[in-house]
Design a protein around this ligand. Structure first.
Ligand SMILES: Nc1ncnc2c1ncn2[C@@H]1O[C@H](COP(=O)(O)OP(=O)(O)O)[C@@H](O)[C@H]1O
Ligand SMILES: [Mg+2]
Length: 305
């Protein structure tokens, strides 16, 4: 990365008892991008974000944010440049949206002009007189994001901001997040356990599983790092599977499938099958979906998480 990262962690670790829930994480978030922190439930996303925000202390490791190392002495100052939404939004339900925003402005010592801009950005300007308990979940999330924006931060850390929203609400939050980076040049670190949400807003991804990083890079790099599966269509699938057993073929409709093969290996496989007199009707590279790549990295339980 040629530009200085906005967030960089080195060996970031959090252990509860003997269990590391965040394990030696080297997170790098480039400026001005939406960076997705993706992983199944319980993989350590919230714990990571809470350490970045100084809400819990790391067991070991270092954090640099906005170009400054985070220490007890610098933390308060560094965090003035960071807005966050962690777990459920924290607005007072029995107060109006406007009252909540005024409280946040005062508590955060924010410029009321920025707060007003934030309200307009999340399109709640006509809902300020309504009690928050009468807000929809999507409106509450937007209010939470407006509060996170109150101090006009360079960096936003949003923990599962689309959790529990209906598809229209998810789309709204997604567009808002993308515009925060694209039009306003802010950096957004956003977590989700759903790849389908992250892939539509984040250009860069860190995928964690059981506290460990299993992938970090751009979405394009994630695709490129994966060798597509090969489907071999043959009426003699069981004999072919026997010939290729060292490559762990999987049965497939009308033939079998192999994964992780280079182009040279595919050529060898074809030659080998032909030499055994096995008829090949088709040999096709199958591009895997990002979903399949994600499951390959994190395990099938990620689907039901
Ligand atoms: N205060 C805590 N004490 C013990 N274990 C915890 C605590 N907080 C989180 N954990 C455990 O750490 C793991 C990661 O949790 P979390 O960071 O909330 O995951 P995620 O946000 O990815 O769903 C989970 O197994 C969770 O049960
Ligand atoms: Mg979480």
């Amino acid at each position: 990365m040629d530009t200085q990262p906005i967030i960089a962690t080195r060996g970031l670790t959090k252990t509860y008892g003997n269990t590391p829930v965040v394990n030696n994480l080297n997170l790098e978030v480039a400026p001005g991008v939406v960076h997705g922190l993706l992983g199944p439930n319980g993989s350590g996303k919230s714990t990571t974000m809470k350490m970045l925000l100084g809400l819990i202390a790391p067991t070991s490791g270092e954090i640099t944010m906005l170009g400054q190392p985070m220490t007890a002495a610098t933390r308060t100052q560094v965090l003035t440049g960071v807005g966050s939404l962690i777990e459920a939004p924290s607005a007072y339900p029995h107060l109006t949206g406007g009252e909540n925003m005024r409280i946040a402005t005062r508590l955060l010592n924010a410029d009321p002009a920025h707060t007003q801009q934030a309200i307009e950005l999340v399109r709640l300007e006509n809902q300020m007189d309504k009690l928050v308990k009468n807000y929809s979940l999507g409106m509450k999330q937007r209010l939470g994001i407006a509060m996170a924006l109150a101090r006009d931060p360079q960096l936003l850390i949003l923990d599962e901001p689309t959790n529990g929203l209906d598809p229209a609400g998810i789309e709204e939050i997604r567009e808002l997040i993308v515009s925060l980076a694209r039009e306003q040049g802010r950096t957004v670190l956003v977590s989700s356990h759903l790849l389908s949400e992250i892939e539509k807003m984040a250009s860069h991804l860190t995928i964690i599983n059981q506290g460990r990083c299993v992938f970090q890079g751009s979405q394009q790099e994630l695709y490129d790092a994966q060798l597509p599966d090969v489907f071999i269509q043959t009426p003699a699938a069981s004999i072919a599977a026997e010939v290729l057993r060292g490559l762990h073929p999987a049965p497939a409709d009308g033939g079998l499938e192999l994964s992780g093969l280079t182009d040279e290996q595919v050529a060898e496989v074809c030659a080998q099958l032909v030499s055994h007199g096995i008829p090949l009707h088709q040999v096709v590279r199958k591009r895997r979906s990002l979903e399949e790549v994600f499951i390959g990295l994190t395990g099938r339980e990620a689907l039901s998480a």
